[in-house]
Design a binder for this molecule. Structure first.
Ligand code: FAD
Ligand code: DHB
Length: 399
């Protein structure tokens, strides 16, 4: 039977982002069937430029799952990060402070490509360009996903639905009113992100506090640099020709003895900053994971890692249920995930608050507090350890 003919499965997964694809592969490795429905086409999903920082736990899981070959070859392992303020850099050594842990720089779209490759090789069903996915019957034992594919109306009967369809997806709104409570903050700024074809100007990431706003230096490879600038939340990208972007980056990153290398800009985009959590993360036979159920502001680099942490818990719970009929882990899914979600939420909020220029800070009071906090983080081992252990990712047993 080809992927397009399947009408029944154990787990119906909506969304082929990191959450849906990792879940699908973990289930496949345990002999549990799933169908993944994705509304975009394959080229779009594989080309979408987003996250770049993988925690140690995320890397270990991808390797264990057998999708880490290219990651091991091409990923850039970092053992520290620079915090820059007042025109000076201060290094936070992750390895010294966390017992040898670090992060790996590897683009989210590369993770997604590796996972799609593994899914197709396993001949497990993954449908691109599905339209109008409608989850139904999630309070019953046999939920259904209705959708259109290649012009035809289709119906997929499932035992469980996994909503991995991101913040703008449809699954979260399939629950009755009042079943979830939402908590959120929007921040009065966004990030303008670029990819430039130029060798990174530093070996490690640089988080930069400046009176004109936050800036971040990251990378994708020895030939490609990723840079971000704090901007208006609804910034019009048309107002940012390449020369203006470089000028602003040079100003914010100013530091004696250091210069920013320029190269052709091949990608530009604006991302809003938001914190959002839905509780619980499940209702009946619907389980939500990743951005579908929580969003963190990008400053802590936690979104992708949280998505992976959720589906690791969900996969284990589903395996227990399908193979042993034991529902305990599934019932406790939200309770198991939420402590990590809120700790990551706190870290991302803290990093965001410490680095960004606040538009209502008329007399510079907040900016002074930020400088005091940054100085403390860079001079106190205890404070630096707080940043380092959260950045590399809390150990599974700690949350
Ligand atoms: P998504 O990646 O959003 O995937 C959801 C999928 O569902 C998509 O493929 C979408 O097309 C599909 N979909 C949506 N609606 C439907 C529907 N109705 N039917 C079918 N399919 C649907 N995180 C980090 O950890 N580290 C970082 O360094 C980092 N940097 C970031 C930088 C930027 C600029 C941005 C925007 C985000 C960053 N993040 C980072 C966050 C990270 O990208 C997200 O948290 C991550 O993509 C979440 O994965 P997901 O699978 O839950 O959701
Ligand atoms: C990147 C993104 C982040 O949000 C971050 O905190 C660090 C790096 C990146 O895209 O490389």
């Amino acid at each position: 039977m080809s992927a397009t003919d399947v009408t029944r499965t154990q787990v119906g997964i909506v969304g082929a982002g990191p959450a849906g694809l990792v879940l699908g592969h973990l289930l496949h490795l345990q002999g549990i069937e799933s169908v993944i429905l994705e509304d975009r086409d394959r080229a779009y999903v594989e080309g979408r430029v987003r996250a770049g920082v993988l925690e140690q736990g995320t890397v270990d899981l991808l390797i264990e799952m057998g999708v880490g070959e290219r990651l091991k070859r091409e990923g850039l392992v970092h053992h520290g990060v620079e915090l820059r303020f007042g025109g000076k850099g201060h290094r936070i050594p992750f390895d010294e402070l966390t017992g040898g842990r670090g992060i790996t720089i590897y683009g989210q779209q590369e993770v997604v490509k590796d996972l799609i490759g593994a899914r197709l090789e396993a001949e497990a069903p993954l449908l691109f360009e599905v339209d109008d996915v409608r989850p139904a019957g999630i309070e019953s034992d046999s939920p259904v996903l209705r959708f259109r594919h290649e012009g035809e109306e289709r119906e997929l009967r499932c035992e469980v639905v996994a909503g991995c369809d991101g913040y703008h997806g449809v699954c979260r709104s399939a629950v009755p009113d009042g079943a979830f409570s939402y908590r959120e903050r929007t921040y009065p700024f966004g990030w303008l992100g670029i990819l430039a074809e130029v060798e990174p100007s530093s070996e490690e990431l640089i988080y930069c506090h400046h009176d004109r706003g936050f800036a971040l230096h990251s990378m994708r490879s020895p030939e490609v640099t990723r840079l971000y600038l704090q901007c208006e939340p609804d910034e019009d990208i048309e107002r940012w020709p390449d020369e203006r972007i470089w000028e602003e980056l040079h100003t914010r990153f100013t530091c004696e003895g250091w210069s920013l290398k320029e190269g052709p800009i091949v990608e530009k985009g604006v991302t809003p900053m938001r914190s959002f959590v839905s509780e619980p993360m499940q209702h009946g036979r619907l389980f939500l994971a990743g951005d579908a159920v929580h969003i963190v502001p990008a400053t802590g680099a936690k979104g992708l890692n949280l998505a992976v942490a959720d589906v690791r818990v969900l996969a284990e719970a589903l395996v227990r249920w399908f193979s042993a009929g034991d529902e305990t882990l599934l019932e406790n899914y939200s309770e198991t995930c939420l402590p990590r979600v809120w700790k990551a939420q706190h870290f991302a909020w803290w990093m965001t608050s410490m680095f960004h220029r606040m538009p209502d800070d008329r007399d510079g009071f907040t900016a002074r507090l930020q400088r005091a906090e940054l100085e403390y983080v860079c001079s106190s081992k205890a404070a630096a350890t707080t940043l380092a252990e959260n950045y590399v990712g809390l150990e599974l047993e700690d949350v």
